[in-house]
Ligand binder design. Structure first.
Ligand code: PLP
Length: 412
């Protein structure tokens, strides 16, 4: 018998499978709202001008392709740290912060999970919000952590279940690890307000919980990288020894370059050196050292004043295009198609995603007994995840009215 005869067929990736189905669809009206990658108003992938210019400069510099150190490009990790924590915090606390380059945000989560799996001195269970990014559970359980959940999204309001969230965090055993989406929560588009973050910082302190931030969308929520860093900076300045996972996939459009950073705040330089040595021991057998190209691009964009300001305005433009599409979608639903629902949550939610509320609901769509999200795909060629999440980045001024009509048809 073959050595691999016992390997069972696994399920396809929930999100990448949607793109495959979309590609096969020949209807000209088809829309792909599955994948979380930014698109311009013509539905095309968008490479930022700041990135193109940085690439050109790097090409002209004719750099070599030597290996990076295990923890990556130092100029990049320094800039990444300043971007997230703020330059002031880094200048006064940099001596205590371990920062390593990572294989984008996912790789940073994996470093964090594995580090906690080896060294966290309390229960090795991480609490993630319900719902959360589909990959979190797999990353953390493959890292050797237990995964538990806390309440987050309120289906009745399509907003934050803040009381449920606080109650679950309060009731978790002391010293629990709590995963927090720093901004632009995926998949719901629902974030705590600054005042609620203040409460959460206090609550985690009270319970001696450990804050683990995933920040994959800095700048994408509000268009302002400082505003979107509120939670991380508040927790850091309140003295939480946070872990932070950063991605430059979305806010710099560097998806396939895999540029990201992992950081951890320690309490003194000796501790920092010890933690850093263990991070290196952890990374070395996984992939030896990270890819150089994306880190060079990001480092240059962040440190060159002209490129940086061009980048900041492009981040704002991307965020604003999404915000405009939210307004148009809601407006078409309510005014053109006279939907009886308010659809306010479309404009209240932020970031790349909108949790439409088109989740499985068999009662209202009998007799076909088909989910609304599935009907959108079957009858209207609109592709989205089964939980009703749509990527607003795939909505354009050309398809927004059609999308509104389709949503109206399956919800009236
Ligand atoms: N975390 C969240 C919440 C995400 O949505 C994503 C990407 O979709 C990531 C992390 C990691 O993305 P990447 O590994 O491409 O940086």
């Amino acid at each position: 018998a073959s050595t691999w005869a016992n390997v069972e067929q696994g399920p396809p990736d929930a999100i990448l499978g949607i793109t495959e189905a979309y590609k096969k669809d020949t209807d000209p009206k088809k829309i792909n709202l599955g994948v979380g990658a930014y698109r311009d108003d013509n539905g095309k992938p968008y490479v930022l001008n700041a990135v193109r210019k940085a690439e050109q400069k790097l090409l002209n510099d004719k750099l070599d392709k030597e290996y990076l150190p295990i923890t990556g490009l130092a100029s990049f990790t320094k800039e990444a740290g300043k971007l997230a924590f703020g330059a002031d915090f880094i200048s006064s606390n940099g001596g205590n912060i371990v920062i390593s380059q990572s294989i984008s945000g996912t790789g940073a989560l994996r470093i964090g999970g594995s580090f906690l799996g080896r060294f966290y001195p309390h229960a090795k269970t991480i609490y993630v919000p319900t719902p959360t990014w589909g990959n979190h559970k797999a990353v953390f359980s493959d890292s050797g952590l237990g995964v538990a959940q806390y309440r987050y999204f309120d289906k009745n309001t399509n907003g934050l279940d803040f009381n449920g969230m606080k109650e679950d965090i309060l009731n978790a055993p002391k010293n629990s690890i709590i995963l927090l989406h720093a901004c632009a929560h995926n998949p719901t588009g629902v974030d705590p307000t600054p005042a609620q973050w203040d409460d959460l910082s206090e609550l985690l302190k009270e319970r001696s919980h450990f804050a683990f931030f995933d920040m994959a969308y800095q700048g994408f929520a509000s268009g302002d990288i400082d505003k979107d860093a509120y939670a991380v900076r508040k927790f850091a300045s309140d003295g939480h020894q946070v872990i932070l996972c950063q991605s430059f996939a979305k806010n710099m459009g560097l998806y396939g370059e895999r540029a990201g950073a992992f950081s951890l705040i320690t309490s003194n330089p000796k501790e920092k050196a010890a933690v850093e040595s263990q991070i290196k021991i952890l990374i070395r057998p996984m992939y030896s050292n990270p890819p150089v190209n994306g880190a060079r691009i990001a480092s240059l964009v962040l440190s060159d004043p002209a490129l940086r300001s061009e980048w900041l305005s492009e981040v704002k433009d991307m965020a604003n295009r999404i915000i405009t599409m939210r307004e148009k979608l809601q407006n078409h639903l309510v005014n053109d198609f006279q939907s009886k629902k308010s659809w306010n949550h479309i404009t209240d939610q932020i970031g790349m995603f909108c949790f439409t509320g088109l989740a499985p609901d068999q009662v209202t769509i009998a007799p076909q007994n088909t989910f609304k999200a599935e009907r959108l795909t079957r009858d209207f060629h609109v592709y989205l995840t089964k939980d009703g999440r749509i990527s607003m980045a795939g909505v354009t001024s050309h398809n927004v009215k059609y999308l509104a009509e389709a949503i109206h048809e399956v919800t009236k």
